[in-house]
Design a protein around this ligand. Structure first.
Ligand SMILES: NC(=O)c1ccc[n+]([C@@H]2O[C@H](COP(=O)([O-])OP(=O)(O)OC[C@H]3O[C@@H](n4cnc5c(N)ncnc54)[C@H](O)[C@@H]3O)[C@@H](O)[C@H]2O)c1
Length: 318
């Protein structure tokens, strides 16, 4: 049985659907980081395509977790539940520490106690901070995070290493690079900008629009997560790895907006503002390690991905 934490979220709900045929349970607390109704709808869609069972509760609550782990014979954990997002973490560092660090230790403790050995963890490209060297490679030093969110993800990777080392939990940390696609979180740029342009409202761009992101389409992230799950379960002689999951292609914010305009067929009202603290100018994944180790094979170019995203958005709003 596989446990997905954060199952009602953007990535978790897609993963649950993609793992049809596996015995699945999920945890989610439907918090209000963004409208919980969206997560209820995600979960309703999951239920149409999967037998997954939901435990509604909080990963910070160890007695809740004890119940989930004791009632189920879990063999693999995919830990996606977290407070996500760079900018909101500047406003509420304690909450990010509580969920992303304490919550992760709780999950690891339950894995230790129940002798669960297969583990995939959602980390983030933000751990690379303002690295001047690009593309980002997993061997690079990541000692200078510039947001609380990034620091908690780095801490999560390190805690995972401790548990792997001490208790033999076979672990893959996956550093996701800005994921987008249907059901994308409404706080993330592609979704937020599409909404604003669609509603005829100004789009606020922090900086001059030259910041570049390695935008990764949801189906490609799923390819990487699923191959990682199989790797932890089947691969002999492996204990701990960290992998980038991106497209290894970068797109600047101005180009991203132009693509949204093209597929919405609406012109954006651009409003340029000073850059926000915590934002990094570039994310760019070197994915050679993931390709070699797990056979990761991303294939979605930004133009195609945004066309699909806007198609989903228009259908949802028609
Ligand atoms: N989406 C991206 O671009 C991206 C990039 C890098 C890393 N990540 C990481 O991937 C993971 C999934 O991201 P997402 O975009 O799907 O986010 P999301 O917010 O849509 O999903 C996270 C889910 O976890 C749940 N959750 C949060 N705190 C919880 C708690 N204390 N107890 C139980 N459930 C809780 C939320 O309700 C939500 O449904 C996160 O760990 C995030 O940090 C995402």
């Amino acid at each position: 049985m596989t446990l997905i934490t954060g199952i009602a979220g953007f990535i978790g709900s897609h993963l649950a659907e993609a793992l049809q045929g596996r015995k699945l349970i999920g945890i989610d607390n439907f918090n209000d980081f963004y409208d919980p109704e969206i997560k209820r709808k995600n979960w309703a869609e999951v239920q149409l395509n999967s037998e997954a069972i939901l435990y509604e509760g909080d990963i910070r609550d160890i007695s809740f977790l004890d119940k989930v782990f004791s009632e189920n014979k879990i063999s693999t954990v995919v830990h996606l539940a977290a407070m996500a997002g760079v900018r909101p973490s500047l406003k509420n560092p304690m909450l990010y520490e509580d969920v992303n660090i304490k919550g992760t230790i709780n999950i690891l403790e339950c894995m230790k106690k129940n002798q669960i050995k297969n583990y995939v963890f959602a980390s983030s490209s933000s751990v690379y901070g303002e690295s001047k060297e690009a593309p980002f490679h997993e061997n690079m030093k990541i000692d200078h995070p510039i947001s609380f969110y990034a620091a908690t993800k780095k801490a999560g990777e390190e805690l995972n290493h401790v548990y792997a080392h001490l208790y033999g939990i076979k672990t893959i940390n996956l550093r996701f690079f800005t994921v987008y696609g249907p059901r994308q979180r409404p706080d993330l740029a592609i979704h937020k900008f599409t909404r604003l342009i669609y509603d005829g409202l100004p789009v606020q761009i922090y900086g001059d629009g030259s910041f570049k992101r390695d935008f990764t389409y949801i189906e490609d992230i799923l390819d990487g997560i699923i191959k990682s799950i199989y790797f932890t379960e089947k691969q002999k002689g492996f204990l701990f790895e960290t992998l980038n999951l991106g497209e290894s292609m970068t797109t600047d914010v101005n180009t991203m907006i132009a693509l949204i305009e093209k597929y919405l067929k609406i012109k954006a009202q651009r409003q340029y503002l000073p850059p926000e603290p915590g934002d990094v100018p570039l994310t760019y994944a070197d994915i050679s390690k993931a390709k070699k180790l797990i056979g990761y094979a991303p294939k979605t170019k930004i133009e195609e991905g945004i066309e699909k995203f806007v198609g989903w958005f228009k259908k949802k709003n028609s």
